[in-house]
Structures are given as C-alpha cells and as structure tokens.
Design a protein around this ligand. Sequence first.
Ligand SMILES: [Zn+2]
Ligand SMILES: [Zn+2]
Length: 131
Amino acid sequence: MSELHATGSCLCRGVIFEVAGALRPVLACHCSQCAKTSGNFAAMTSCPRENLKILSDETLRWFRSSETVERGFCTRCGGNLFWKQTGSSDIYITAGTLDTPTGLKISEHIFVASKSDYYDLTDGLPQKDEW
Ligand SMILES: [Zn+2]
Ligand SMILES: [Zn+2]
C-alpha cells in the first residue's frame, strides 16, 4: 500500500482529483472492455470511495458499460479515469492518470483469458483468467 497523498488528472485537466490515504497495488486488467476504452490493457489502482475527492469534474462523464459497472471518462480528451461497481465501496482509478511518482507497482494480471493477441505477459507476475 502506498502512503502517498496522490493527485491526478486527465490529459486536458478537465478532470482533476486527489486521494487521501493508501492506494492498492495496481491490477492490470486485460478484459475486452478495458481494451476498448483504454486502447490497451488497463492498469488500475483503487481506494475507498470517500477517499477520492474530485476537484474538477468539468468534463467528466459516466458510461454504464454493464449492468453493474460505470466507467468515468473525460469528454474532451478521452481520458479513461474511473471504474466503479454497484454495491462496492471502492472506486478504481487508472494508474496512468496519477501524477508521478505514484509509489505503486503492478501486482497481478487479471482477465488474462480475454487478452488480445498482440502482446505477451513476460514479467512473471501472477495471472488470473478472471478476477
Ligand atoms: Zn480531459
Ligand atoms: Zn477490465
């Protein structure tokens, strides 16, 4: 767990946020929905929802990608920022939108069974077919 007080934004800074407290180690999600929204696999950390403070939501919009999941993205620059599931008290944040240094590391690969064929996973980290 990172003890850093994290800050982040999308590329155009229409969405700016900060996180109080720790962030979880980064999950690399290889599902097809993350690929379609991120253009590649999605690297995501998370925190309790109450620890995420969105300082600017000028261009933030939520897309319901499945019955229980919403994805937050920037309508101006296209940045993929947030992922939240109905009933969960956590919110996921794409690690690439955090300002550096993040102090975080990828801990595992998930939904590996759905990953695209143009890359291989060779870092030796745990791989799960689903979550
Ligand atoms: Zn933006
Ligand atoms: Zn995914």
